[in-house]
Design a protein around this ligand. Structure first.
Ligand SMILES: Nc1ncnc2c1ncn2[C@@H]1O[C@H](COP(=O)(O)OP(=O)(O)OP(=O)(O)O)[C@@H](O)[C@H]1O
Ligand SMILES: [Mg+2]
Length: 416
């Protein structure tokens, strides 16, 4: 096991865990923190890559370059063989993934003090909904990347099963548990029988009653909050002189983490100029042009995300959008946020309903619902999932660490 680890490459945050004195432990990856935000910034001024919080800070301090977040969303998508360009340099997405996962491995090795050659990688139940071939391709791509960064033994585990192993390490009797892992890119669920005795078994297939998931997560909540509340400030929904609406595609790309850079191409810039000549509300569309010129798309998405997170604590928050011209103050209400994500939450509820049906388990037989993943902070989701399992005790795990710890536990079992 000495050379094995569990790696949770997340849409928003990543962790790596390994065994210390037989215990699964997360490794410090950045400034003593156990998470490394899944962010890469290519700094074109300095010709170097930065990662994690440092990447966000370098981008925000105004260096010329390219920021990539939500790289995991590229796995299984048609964009995986694409690239983004900056200062005449092409940055293929596949290579950016290799850079980031290689960095995760190196940092983990530095933290644990030795080389790692075996890994259990977490994966969502579905990388891609309703498309087994694309889903398999996503896992194959991740396998290739893990090999390219130097792992020799590579195994996978469903993220919500890993979370179950983490929860199981702290219980003292048998429980029927629904695991809800609501992350940045996907909502993943599993239903298992857990107990200290079962934890000792090598083969757990019989304990897993069902798994399910859907490609909906925090980045989608950011997107729909942005489209409903922020993009209208930049002209979404406004009219052209011909009385038709301004094309919405630019706004969708700008509101979606992994497509923000598409609006920075020369071609997109020319199209935006053409549209500008046709718009009736020039002030709003001018704001969009100004934002694109500043390459401030990720800055805006970060403000929206911060607003969304603040709405988990408060009913109402104020966003200071000081890089818009002129600077704007935007009031966000939780009720408006809830309305903007209602359709996504309904799909997540259906996913849980189907999982319970597939398992043939009565909802009221479930003892515990274990929440992990940053987006389990979203009130509406918690409420709706909680309502589906009325008798279950609600337990909150380490929102950003349960998967990594569970993968490390799995690596201990699989590689020792
Ligand atoms: N308090 C909060 N309320 C709501 N959302 C939150 C909160 N804190 C973090 N988030 C959101 O949680 C998401 C990140 O969660 P997490 O780190 O679990 O995802 P991930 O593991 O990277 O993604 P995935 O597992 O889907 O690949 C982000 O979208 C972030 O905005
Ligand atoms: Mg996750």
């Amino acid at each position: 096991m000495a050379n094995a680890c569990g790696m949770d490459f997340g849409t928003s945050n990543s962790t790596v865990g390994c065994s210390r004195q037989g215990q699964a432990t997360l490794l410090a990856l950045e400034d003593g923190k156990m998470t490394l935000p899944s962010v890469v910034f290519f700094n074109a001024d300095e010709n170097e890559f930065t990662y994690g919080r440092a990447a966000l800070n370098t981008y925000l301090s105004g260096y010329e370059g390219r920021l990539m977040r939500s790289l995991k969303s590229l796995l299984g998508s048609g964009m995986i063989d694409g690239q983004t360009e900056v200062g005449g340099r092409a940055l293929p997405f596949r290579e950016l993934l290799v850079q980031f996962i290689g960095e995760l491995k190196q940092r983990a090795e530095r933290a644990c003090g030795h080389a790692l050659d075996s890994v259990v990688l977490g994966r969502p139940v579905y990388f891609v909904d309703d498309n087994p071939a694309a889903d398999q391709l996503a896992q194959d791509t991740l396998t290739d990347i893990a090999r390219a960064v130097g792992f020799r033994h590579i195994d996978f585990q469903f993220e919500p099963i890993a979370a179950a192993f983490d929860y199981e390490s702290g219980i003292d009797r048998e429980e029927l548990v629904l695991i809800a892992d609501i992350g940045g890119g996907t909502s993943d669920f599993s239903l298992l029988r857990l107990s200290p005795q079962r934890a000792a078994k090598a083969e757990r297939r019989d304990d897993i009653l069902a798994t399910g998931g859907v490609h909906i997560g925090g980045t989608d909540f950011d997107k729909y909050l942005s489209l409903s509340s922020v993009m209208p400030l930049l002209g979404l929904g406004s009219k052209l002189n011909s009385n038709s609406e301004v094309p919405s595609g630019y706004y969708f790309n700008l509101a979606t983490w992994h497509t923000i850079n598409l609006i920075y191409t020369r071609k997109a810039w020319q199209q935006l100029q053409d549209v500008y000549r046709e718009v009736s509300e020039r002030e709003k569309f001018g704001r969009l042009l100004d934002l694109v010129e500043q390459r401030a798309g990720h800055w805006l998405a970060l403000q929206v995300e911060a607003g969304k997170i603040a709405l988990s604590a408060d009913e109402s928050v104020e966003l200071q959008l000081d890089r818009l011209s002129p600077p704007q103050t935007l009031q966000l209400e939780r009720s408006d946020f809830d309305a903007s994500i209602q359709h996504l939450v309904t799909t997540v509820e259906l996913t849980v309903g189907n999982l319970l049906r597939d398992a043939g388990v009565r909802a009221d037989a479930i003892d515990t619902v274990f929440f992990t993943g940053g987006s389990s902070g979203v009130h509406l989701l918690r409420q709706k999932i909680g309502a589906l399992v009325p008798n279950a005790r609600q337990v909150e795990g380490d929102l950003f660490g349960s998967i990594g710890t569970g993968l490390a536990l799995d690596a201990i079992r699989k590689f020792s």
